[in-house]
Design a protein around this ligand. Sequence first.
Ligand code: HEC
Ligand code: HEC
Length: 326
Amino acid sequence: MKKASEPVYLMKLIKTSCFFGLFLLSQAYAGQEPITPIPNQVDVDNRKVQLGKKLFFDTRLSFDNSISCASCHDLETGFGADGKQFSDGVKGHQGTRNSPTVFNASLNFKQFWDGRANDLAGQARMPVTNPLEMGMASWTDVIAKLNKDAQYPQEFKAIFGGPISEDGIVAAIAEYEKTLITPNSPFDQFLLGNESAISKQQKQGYELFKTYGCVSCHQGKNVGGNMFQKIGVLKDINLQTGSLNEDLGRYLVTKNEWDKRVFKVPSLRLAVKTPPYFHDGSVKTIEKAVDIMIEFQLGRAVPESDRAAIISFLESLVGEIPEGVY
Ligand code: HEC
Ligand code: HEC
């Protein structure tokens, strides 16, 4: 993980020296890989994980028993997201942001596109009473419903030493989410020394990802998820793309002028598997998403063959879904 001071520093560097800054940054990584493997194992409390798993799939966490966390974060067929521009919440409501994957979310420094939750437990408190998502009137109502279950009361007592509580529910869900990682990708195998784990084009794509400067924002274990950056850092996104500029992102949390249109840099670990793209899910293909990055984050144009190599590299980031997580 990068130090907390780095994003601010990086932002200034990018703003003042444009892609010369990005070039310098990519050079600064020479000799040390800016992307690191996802660990194969995580240290978790198994009882909490099992409880959290049940809660994650439990529709009773929603107002009309129709929606669970898994409805919008489909682990089985959606790689932890739902493939829609905006998710369907209770009573047909829709929000204004695209559902990110929950896989590898534990590796992010903050949760949500605007980073308004500091950790997974803090994140899990929010959808349940969000009127557009699970729509429960209060946590008291959730707890009352779960208390009617044949097992939950005993399980909470055994694990947390007390009755069902909001804190216990979100702690168990967060513990379960720690197990939702995708280790052992071809690219991680390559990082660990297996030269033949990725193709020649993928190696070339990784080099381009570094030299073009993608890596100055998408880096670390999660190839993203460790800093905030503006969308349209080198070219104002307003000019070209309809709705992408409407959401003020981090500004809505901090009210700092410089946080307008700033978002958490998303992980690219499962990017090729989780269209549509960006906070508003407005972009359907990975090709178009990479083009937008090249134009607005790097302020340049890139030959078609380079773009293809970068996408081929992104494909090598897809790891394995551990057995038994759903
Ligand atoms: C109705 C759809 C919906 C439901 C139900 C839902 N989510 Fe989400 N989830 C979203 C959307 C949309 C976002 C992004 C919102 C934002 O950033 O403002 C999100 C964000 C997240 C994130 C942050 C990921 C990241 O990279 O920032 C996590 C973790 C997560 N949800 C877990 C959960 C859990 C746990 C539950 C159940 C308690 C849940 N979600 C229920 C749609 C949903
Ligand atoms: C200055 C920082 C920065 C640079 C440089 C950058 N990105 Fe991004 N990237 C972001 C941010 C911030 C977002 C989220 C923007 C949003 O949704 O509004 C993002 C989003 C993405 C997405 C969409 C992911 C998703 O799940 O929606 C892809 C794909 C992507 N970047 C690839 C790249 C590639 C490839 C490069 C290099 C050609 C690159 N990025 C360079 C900051 C950056």
